[in-house]
Design a protein around this ligand. Structure first.
Ligand code: NAD
Length: 418
């Protein structure tokens, strides 16, 4: 992974690229390039052995012009203030491109959860929830899972908030377990939008998805679900990787069996269906029809982009390409479906979860998947319309043109406030 790009600068350059095609004032664009506020806090918890340990944590509320801030909470040693700011900005434009009435936020704790027991992680999560309490709520800011967090952490946050507020407000977080007010279809949602967007792109480019070869970088929630669903659509998954390395089989393998292997051993490496062990970088540069980066940001820099041979990239991860890589891929005519659309299934079904929580009325999985399908297809159509109408250099800029315009409109329509 390259460290050449600061993700916050990447976000700002993406907004600038879009602004060049928009009739929106520089002063408004300036607002749309910075978070409204960022909480930086130090959490001190007791370890199981009685020692105290301090952790730095952040929550960035980037933009609330279109609705409550919305975005995940990440537990990772690489979390930084700039990373959280960037991710919260991407959330803002993600909720805008899929046109759901939410803004953008993101949070994170600098921690490697593998080094801590479940009870330590519970104390850490509840401590963060206590700090977040004044700034979150179903009409203020609605956190969700991200890397290394899931239903368990969301249930703890909900319980902490509801206990402190003496209320029942399941919509304060999304990505909860079903029994705690979660939605059917949430776990699969990010991978599902990644493959719906890929299917639409193949259709737009007149390419056949049946039999198309696919490589997936990162075999966590987003990556493995995308692998399973694209396989169900008739494509052939030939490669996958996780933080321990990659596997490759030119004839394809069963993505579910690869996941079972990962569940048993902790990695896809060593899975018998993957004929060859290859490096993480090899997975990104295979000659495949579709590449799905589903790990972390900056996975592909300009050098690696030179070696990329995929025709289409559907970004399950947030910010997996550096801006320099984007330029290289544009020159090579690779069709990149941007993260803000490709992985928007997660936030879209989070939105459905929030709606269901507020209505206290729960939908079937079929309804969730149908509504998601409609939203992603509409967003892809809006992207293509902007791509063609403005004769844009790449689909990412097309998505930002639509999204930045929508946020700018909401801001300007609200009028000024002293
Ligand atoms: P996860 O923790 O479930 O999975 C991450 C995977 O990436 C793991 O398999 C890990 O081993 C692998 N990985 C880490 N470093 C790697 C490397 N250098 N090479 C190859 N693999 C590597 O996380 P997730 O929820 O699947 O999120 C993955 C990405 O998708 C993140 O960028 C996240 O922001 C984005 N995303 C997730 C959701 C969601 O709903 N889960 C929604 C939108 C975006």
């Amino acid at each position: 992974m390259s460290d050449e790009a600061n993700p916050f600068e990447s976000l700002q350059s993406q907004i600038d690229d879009a602004a060049a095609h928009l009739d929106v004032g520089d002063d408004v664009i300036e607002r749309l390039k910075h978070p409204e506020r960022v909480l930086e806090t130090n959490l001190t918890i007791e370890r199981d052995d009685g020692d105290l340990e301090r952790f730095k944590a952040f929550r960035s509320q980037f933009n609330g012009d279109r609705g409550p801030y919305k975005g995940g909470i990440r537990y990772h040693p690489g979390v930084s203030r700039d990373e959280v700011k960037a991710l919260s900005g991407w959330m803002t434009y993600k909720t805008a491109i899929v046109d759901i009435p939410l803004g953008g936020g993101k949070g994170g704790i600098i921690v490697d959860p593998d080094d801590y027991s479940e009870s330590e992680l519970e104390r850490l999560t509840r401590s963060f929830a206590k700090e977040l309490r004044p700034m979150v709520g179903e009409d203020r800011d609605v956190p969700a899972p991200d890397v290394n967090t899931g239903q368990r952490e969301m249930n703890w946050i909900k319980d902490t908030y509801e206990t402190l507020e003496n209320t029942s407000e399941p919509g304060v977080v999304t990505g909860k377990a079903l029994d705690s007010g979660g939605s059917e279809g949430r776990v699969d949602a990010t991978g599902r939008s990644t493959v719906i967007a890929a299917r639409e792109a193949f259709d737009y480019l007149d390419k056949d998805l049946e039999g198309a070869t696919v490589a997936v970088q990162g075999y966590g929630n987003a990556g493995w679900i995308a692998a399973r669903l694209i396989d169900e659509m008739g494509a052939t998954v030939v490669a996958a990787s996780d933080s321990s390395g990659g596997i490759y089989n030119p004839d394809g393998f069963d993505p579910v069996a690869a996941k079972d292997h990962k569940n048993e051993t902790g990695s896809v490496v060593g899975f018998e269906g993957g004929e060859e062990e290859i490096t993480n970088d090899d997975v990104l540069t295979l000659d495949v029809d579709l590449l799905i980066p589903a790990a972390l940001e900056n996975a592909i820099d300009a050098d690696l982009a030179e070696a990329v041979e995929a025709d289409v990239i559907s970004e399950a991860a947030n910010g997996p390409l550096t801006p320099a890589a984007d330029e290289v891929l544009e020159d090579k005519d690779v069709f990149v479906i941007p993260d803000i659309l490709a992985n928007a299934g997660g936030v879209t079904v989070s939105y459905f979860e929030w709606v269901q929580n507020r209505q206290r009325f729960y939908w079937s999985e079929q309804r969730v998947n149908e509504e998601l399908e409609g939203i992603i297809v509409d967003a892809f159509d809006a992207l293509v319309e902007s791509y063609e109408e403005h004769d844009l250099e790449n689909p990412r800029t097309a998505a930002y043109v639509v999204a930045v315009q929508r946020v700018a409109d909401a801001f300007e329509e609200a009028g000024s406030w002293p």
